[in-house]
Write a protein that binds this ligand. Sequence first.
Ligand code: RM4
Ligand code: MN
Ligand code: MN
Length: 430
Amino acid sequence: MSTLPIPQDLIAAQNAPLAGPIGEDYAALGRQLQRRGTSIDDIKARVAAFSVAIPTWGSGRGGTRFARFPIAGEPTNIHEKLDDCALVNQLGRATPRVSPHFPWDKVADYKALREQAASLGLGFDAVNSNTFQDQKNQPHSYRNGSLTATDAAVRTQAIEHNIECIEIGRQLGSRALTVWIGDGTNFAGQQDFSRSLDRYLESTARIYAALPDGWRMLLEHKLYEPAFYSTVISDWGSSILAAQQLGPKAKCLVDLGHHAPSVNIEQIVARLHRFGKLGGFHFNDSKYGDDDLDSGSINPHQLFLVFNELIEAEQNPLGGFDPAYMIDQSHNATDPIESMLSSAEAIVAAYAKALLVDREQLHQAQEGNDTMMAFQALRRAYRTDVTPILAAARYEAGGAIDVLATYRASGWRARKAQERRATGLGAGIV
Ligand code: RM4
Ligand code: MN
Ligand code: MN
C-alpha cells in the first residue's frame, strides 16, 4: 500500500487556482512551438518520462569544513531521509529513485528498507561506497588512502567495503555501484603517480569481479579535495582509461563540480559517449570547484549545453546510452527539500530546452560552417520558457504546479521539527 508523505488533497487544493492559468500558458506556448514545427504534447510526454535520482545525503543540511548549521526537523536516519525524498517526488514527480551512501545509510534489514521505499513510491538508484572517512571500529585507517593505499590490508578492507555495498545494493534493487575515492596526495613527491594508479586498477578489478550480471560500476573522477596536490582519478582521462581496462561494465561518471573552473564539461560528455563510457551524471552547480550548489543556480546555460550533448548522445546511441542521472548537492544554506525541488525543476527544464533544439537546423548549420545559425539553434531553444510544460507534466502526474508554495503550505518541516530529534552532525555532508 502506498503511503505518500502528505495528503493528495492538499496538493489538489493548492493546484486548484493555478490549473487555469497554467493551462492558458501551456496553450500559448503550444501555439508558439507549433509554428516552429514542434508538438508541445510530445515534449511534455518526454518530460513526464524523464527522471533524476536524489541522494539520501542531500536531504540533510550540509556544511563546509568550517561549520554545519543544522535546521530543526532534519532527517536523522535513512528512514526519515526516505520520507523527505518521497515528499520531493510526491510534489515534483521527477525523482522516483534515491541513491544511498554506505555506511551512512546502513540498516539491519534491507528488505524492510526496500519495502518502506516502495510504499513511499521510491526505488533505489546507484549505491555509493565510502572509503574517504574512517568508520567506528574499523580495523584500518584510510589516512593514507583506501583502494590505492600502499598497505595491502587497507586496500583489502576498502575492496571488501565496496563488495558489501554491491551486496546491499542487490537487496535494495539497485544495479550500479558508484566509486569515488578521496585518495591522492598533498605534497609533491608524496606518492608515485604510476604505482598508485596500478593499485587502483588492481583494487577496482577485484570489485569489478564481484559485480552481478546487469550491474555497472561507475567511476567518478575529481580534480582535487580532500587531496590538494593530486588525486588518483583526477580527470575523465584517467577515468576512461581505467574503465576501458576494467571492462564493459565499468563506465565513467561525470560530477559537474569535479573539474577545473573553465573545463568544457559538455565536450567531456560527448567524448565519453563517443567511446561508450558515459555511465552517469552527478548534477550540481559551482563557481569554484566541488561547491555542490543547487543545479542551475550559477550557470544554467552550462546545464543546458550538457543536456544538449546528452540529447545528441541519445539520438546517436552508438550501441548504448543509458546514463544514471543523479543530483549530488550539499544544501548548506537552504531547506534541503526546497533545494531538491528547485534543482530537479532546473534539471528537467534544461532537459526540456535541449529537446526543443531544432537538430536539423543545428546540424545543417554545423555542416555548412554557419556559425551564427548553429548558435541561434541553441539560443532559440534556451530562451524558451518551458515552465508551463513542466508544470503541466507534474500536474497530470499528481504533483504540485507550484512545488515550493505547496511544500511550504504543507507545514512539513515544522511538523518534523516536533517529531524528529535534533541533529548534531546528522544527515548532510560536511
Ligand atoms: C564527493 C563525490 C561523491 C559523493 C561525496 C559525498 O565529492 O561527489 O559523489 O558521494 O562527495
Ligand atoms: Mn559526486
Ligand atoms: Mn563532489
